[in-house]
Design a protein around this ligand. Sequence first.
Ligand SMILES: *[C@@H]1O[C@H](CO)[C@@H](O)[C@H](O)[C@H]1NC(C)=O
Ligand SMILES: *[C@@H]1O[C@H](CO)[C@@H](O)[C@H](O)[C@H]1NC(C)=O
Ligand SMILES: *[C@@H]1O[C@H](CO)[C@@H](O)[C@H](O)[C@H]1NC(C)=O
Ligand SMILES: *[C@@H]1O[C@H](CO)[C@@H](O)[C@H](O)[C@H]1NC(C)=O
Ligand SMILES: *[C@@H]1O[C@H](CO)[C@@H](O)[C@H](O)[C@H]1NC(C)=O
Ligand SMILES: *[C@@H]1O[C@H](CO)[C@@H](O)[C@H](O)[C@H]1NC(C)=O
Ligand SMILES: *[C@@H]1O[C@H](CO)[C@@H](O)[C@H](O)[C@H]1NC(C)=O
Ligand SMILES: *[C@@H]1O[C@H](CO)[C@@H](O)[C@H](O)[C@H]1NC(C)=O
Ligand SMILES: *[C@@H]1O[C@H](CO)[C@@H](O)[C@H](O)[C@H]1NC(C)=O
Length: 888
Amino acid sequence: MRLLRLGLSLLIMIVLNSVPSESAVSSIDLGSDWLKVAVVNLKPGQTPISIAINEMSKRKTPALVAFQSETRLLGEEAAGITARYPDKVYSHLRDMLGKTYEQVKEFLDAMYLPFDVVEDSRGAVAFRIEDESGNVSLYSVEELLGMILGFAGDLAEFHSKVVVKDAVVSVPAYFGQAERRGLVQAAQLAGINVLSLINEHSGAALQYGIDKDFSNGSRYVVFYDMGASSSYAALVYFSAYSAKEFGKTVSVNQFQVKDVRWDPELGGRSMELRLVEFFADEFNKQVGNGIDVKKSPKAMAKLKKQVKRTKEILSANTMAPISVESLYDDRDFRSTITREKFEELCGDLWDRSLVPIKEVLQHSGLKVDEIYAVELIGGATRVPKLQAKLQEFLGKNGLDKHLDADEAIVLGSSLHAANLSDGIKLNRKLGMVDGSSYGLVVELDGPDLQKDESTRQLLVPRMKKLPSKMFRSIILKKDFEVSLAYESNLLPPGVTSPVFARYAVSGLTDASEKYSSRNLSSPIKANLHFSLTRSGILSLDRVDAVIEISEWVEVPKKNLTVENTTTTSPNITLESDKNTTEESDVNFNSDGVNENLSNNIVEGPSTTELATEKKLKKRTFRVPLKIVEKTVGPGMPLSKEYLAEAKRKLEELNKKDAERRRTAELKNNLEGYIYSTKEKLETSEEFEKISTADERKSFIEKLDEVQEWLYTDGEDATAKEFEERLDSLKAIGDPVFFRYKELSARPTAIKVARKYPGELQQIVKGWETKKPWLPKDRVDEVMGDADKLKSWLDEKEAEQKKATGFSTPVFTSEEVYLKVFTLQEKVASVNRIPKPKPKKNESETSSNNTNNADSTSGETPEKEKQTTDSNGSADEKTNPDGSAYDEL
Ligand SMILES: *[C@@H]1O[C@H](CO)[C@@H](O)[C@H](O)[C@H]1NC(C)=O
Ligand SMILES: *[C@@H]1O[C@H](CO)[C@@H](O)[C@H](O)[C@H]1NC(C)=O
Ligand SMILES: *[C@@H]1O[C@H](CO)[C@@H](O)[C@H](O)[C@H]1NC(C)=O
Ligand SMILES: *[C@@H]1O[C@H](CO)[C@@H](O)[C@H](O)[C@H]1NC(C)=O
Ligand SMILES: *[C@@H]1O[C@H](CO)[C@@H](O)[C@H](O)[C@H]1NC(C)=O
Ligand SMILES: *[C@@H]1O[C@H](CO)[C@@H](O)[C@H](O)[C@H]1NC(C)=O
Ligand SMILES: *[C@@H]1O[C@H](CO)[C@@H](O)[C@H](O)[C@H]1NC(C)=O
Ligand SMILES: *[C@@H]1O[C@H](CO)[C@@H](O)[C@H](O)[C@H]1NC(C)=O
Ligand SMILES: *[C@@H]1O[C@H](CO)[C@@H](O)[C@H](O)[C@H]1NC(C)=O
């Protein structure tokens, strides 16, 4: 019921785009381990906001990509081979964005991940992937992530059955500039248009607030999220303000993120690793002989997989078993662990888990009891000890678990996506104000510059509202460099140098020289324009040189009434700079032209009376300067060329994937056909009536033959080969199945046909009394046709009786239906012949006035009226101003 209302309301809310099917947008919650996708889709009959489930009907998908013998696998398929090929299934890619090679290497070792990695030219990591023929390809983190995001996009499209290009992607608050830019590039590679990145806590806050009203009271809510790899606490203030809308005062709900604090390395994974280490040690002890299972990546992959399950079991039970078949060296591993032991193994993590929430409170100056609620999200918050620890800290103020721990972020993010898209209007409004996770500074450097307060300035204070535009102006004459950096007191995890972007700005030296001889009314300045996007990415967008000049110029006297003087306005020759824009005066000339000024004012009878005066003119020139990004290091964005090449590679892989899927599907079809056909032939007695024993035998032989091929040579056959074989089998099977179908269909059709002439007689009888005007010849014609139908049936039935059931049927049920239908149509058209009207002028006039120009003189008036009616009302019901909107 509620869902239905939701569906209706959103549907009505659409401000109908010309192409409604393009109004689907998605949100992607890209976690360290998992991927969740939600779709906002306005297609009738679908839930407006829903989770896109994967091919295994799961609501979350492993964020994995694997390469195995020429095949790329994604999601569940990749997860399926993790234990066998731990070196080929790439995981935790999100956490490697913007990191140096060394950092990633260290991380991989700690996680027992045996990936083959090398350092790329940026100093970031590149994955070495070798195919069966020994060809090596290198993939960046962005490329592999692009594949995963592309898969997320496919899920969205498969789920909604429409093209979904726009998406909001959620990121952890601690993501720095390099991570955010890298993720956007990865999405770009996948062909996804990122409407915006959204901080995870904002997604959760949106989901929390969308169905609440804060006009009766504002509140502070803390969102505590512990996911697979990290945790954070975000303090969010929900309130309402009054606004005028269509002249009415309405209350608008909103939230503002006040603060967010995190631990980028504390997550469910930290606990799992403790278990892994514990069990590995136990196994080593069980086996003895100095065996170290930790040295075997395969064994560790198996162990890690089982440990996840053990941890889950421990959330609900006080004891959990672990069992891994042939963990190492064909030895099975079996053990148990108590919850108590688990909690002891993670002893130091419990206090650490409180740190983000403590920090958030401390920095806000709020006391625990001023917090309205602490909402838990993220899979790892299901761990009982963690909840107990939080509970203990919060005292009587309990924990709230109103939100879906797994899906709150992706669902909330989808609301943001809908809000940002053009085609969708949400009736329920919730204003969102999030801020920059980091304080950001700008630093200028150049030959002319003395380092002081003016060359290093705070540009974005921490938690500054997203999006924002910033402007800085500095007195400067020479080309210079701009660096953007984090405030040094808080850096993103793993970042060692605060500078995250560098730009070389040029053109200022030239501009200064060019104007140096002029009467400058103020020193030359550089104006810098920055933007901090909704995604939290800061960039230098534009730099202008600003040159202000005051000069005396001679101008014709204003009120000189020289009638026939052609005051040729001198050519505007702005020296070399085409891009120079002049603000104050179009009449500006270069010096050379200025000298000729008097000569240029020419001729005509009144030349002699020409008078000029001197005026002090103030002009401002803005010269756009050239900006070249020179960022270096692992956070350096991929070049245009690299991106183009990567995109090509990715599309190639997608094509191969599609081909592989098609092959699998065709193979499946062939298998299915063989199986079901054999079963039918062997079990249904009806087939004996329509096929000879020989025929069946040879067909089954043929089926067996192809089946044999399927499991031998056909194992790795191409799509085409499967298709060809299926076609050849169908060539034999189709006529048989057709006869089989006709066996029952034909008698049914005949029954219908035989009944009709009787019905027709009744109709004709009715006409005689009710519609005496019907032309006799037309009535006779249909009666004649009915007789013809009867004799056709007699003839065909006799023929069919003579024929064997094994040959092609003499006639088909379809032919019978067609004949009956044709006759019925004819009867209907006779029935529609209108009563002739008395012939009068008046009636002619009125018939001329029929505005229904298309109608073929009233032949089908009723039918037409109906169709126009239904169309018309459909249009009318689309309420353009939306006053009938339901609430979401
Ligand atoms: C390696 O790849 C290149 C280009 O993709 C291809 O031309 C070449 O045949 C491959 N080599 C082998 C041994 O497959
Ligand atoms: C707001 O408070 C008033 C009075 O306390 C109550 O009648 C009203 O239902 C409340 N509105 C909401 C939206 O909670
Ligand atoms: C939706 O858009 C409006 C207008 O741009 C903005 O004020 C509001 O904060 C947005 N809300 C969300 C949840 O994106
Ligand atoms: C230069 O500009 C100042 C005003 O800024 C003006 O007073 C002065 O006359 C100008 N000098 C020349 C040579 O144009
Ligand atoms: C132009 O000059 C004449 C006298 O020369 C004066 O009467 C008139 O008001 C002036 N017009 C304007 C618009 O200044
Ligand atoms: C300018 O003078 C020419 C002849 O010299 C004359 O033909 C023309 O009409 C004049 N134009 C105006 C606007 O007075
Ligand atoms: C403007 O420039 C064009 C071409 O450079 C030239 O033909 C023309 O005479 C110039 N006009 C004036 C008023 O200088
Ligand atoms: C002005 O500069 C921009 C980039 O700096 C360039 O794309 C544009 O073509 C230039 N315009 C002209 C008229 O030179
Ligand atoms: C009716 O329409 C025909 C052609 O459509 C026209 O020739 C005739 O004059 C019209 N008669 C009247 C009464 O409008």
